[in-house]
Design a protein around this ligand. Structure first.
Ligand SMILES: [Zn+2]
Length: 63
């Protein structure tokens, strides 16, 4: 099983989890701190935790 977690660029920084083996993907909104991705073909559910994007912005402003 090979899972990929992406954070697409853009104004809405969500999270995309993809099961490479079966080509299934699910996107989570930026508001979610954690999400569960379930691939029915794998029969597995993985839990994804988002890092707080607000901390990133604060760091950028302080530079
Ligand atoms: Zn799968």
């Amino acid at each position: 099983m090979n899972y990929t977690v992406e954070t697409p660029d853009g104004p809405e920084r969500g999270l995309r989890v993809t099961c490479e083996s079966h080509g299934r993907s699910e996107e989570f909104d930026p508001g979610y701190r954690s999400g569960a991705f379930y691939c029915p073909d794998c029969g597995y559910e993985i839990e994804v935790t988002l890092r707080d994007t607000h901390e990133w912005r604060d760091l950028g402003e302080s530079c």
